[in-house]
Design a protein. Sequence first.
Length: 441
Amino acid sequence: MTTSNYASERETDEGRVFTVTGGDWDTIVAGTDPINDERIVVNMGPQHPSTHGVLRLILELEGETVREARSVVGYLHTGIEKNLEYRNWVQGSTFVTRMDYLAPIFNETAYALAVEKLLGITDDITERATTIRVLMMELNRISSHLVWLATTGMELGAISIMLYGFREREYILDIFETITGLRMNHAYVRPGGVAQDVPDEAIVKIREFLKMMPKKLKEYEDLLSGQPIWTERTKNVAVLDVTGCVALGITGPVLRSAGLAWDLRKTMPYCGYENYEFDVPTHPDGDVWGRYQVRLAEIRESMKLVEQALDRLRPGPVMVADRKIAWPAQLAIGVDGMGNSLEHVAKIMGQSMESLIHHFKLVTEGFRVPPGQVYVAIEAPRGELGVHAVSDGGTRPYRVHYREPSFVNLQALPAMAEGGLIADVIAGGASLDPVMGGCDR
């Protein structure tokens, strides 16, 4: 094996080591690794049906065993963060809501909290607006976890749970449509409060949902938890212990399923979460089964939070009183559903000229935000969602960067997959619950 091209090989704690000074690397490896030719590289994606969005995995396989796994992201890149630099601060809400499209309310709330912190109006947000934010976020957390349960079930062969998960999610999307006018991409939570109040019709729908959902959760567990195929495909699969999670910066249900009760709603409260009663579910095993158990438990805790938020709703404004910041939110829609009603336009035009000018400038130019930078983090369905917002004193953001949990959590995939079977790559990847719209943004 030793030739003039190579120094003598030596054994180390890491295995056999060569110092290559020339020649062909494949020739060396083939001479020392008897199964080198049996390893193949498989591209899983970027359009594999079992990936959550457009994700590419490059897997080096030895038989069905994964020897190396690499994640390739960027296929769903939309340039949202860059686009924010060319829109005013309020218009930014319509961009950030489209990042993690399964958790739009969280994207909007984190952004709004960051802008409000820059403006110094955090304490001026009305109690009703803050309560509505909690209400909407917890409903959104339930709908996001239902999509996770539905799609993960399908990927592991449980077709029925796919249908049931999306069926129950429809209830929440109907509630969102009643409140915001849209099923997704709402731009509802805005700097200063929320776009409009919650109608009584939506309150009735939410209470009906809270009555119906516990029975549905029990049905999910009856369907899956005792099913031998489901337990075989989830228990002791894609294990990542708490040390690995902390080392990789993993947060959310994946971290809590490894035993660490780290939840920003408890550890670093925002939006008044310190005044709500709820538990932080954990699981000791750090496997796919544990992540399944934690997410089901989180749905139950979110239902408790929604009920408390409904009880806390007190009459009052949903936008700050400062008219130099408060975006004209109470818009009356015309009969065509496409623009302002004539009565609303007449009301604006019928006010003083100064009021009309101010309205025009606020909508077209936006308000100015004092120079500075802030970081605000909230507990999204996938983990810590952080916003680093920088202002240069203008009407548009200088820079907004998101610490997106899908992007960070994907680092765990090689640690989960390498040494396991290729079939378990799907289970492990699904258990991370990545949304590539948030990852690539």
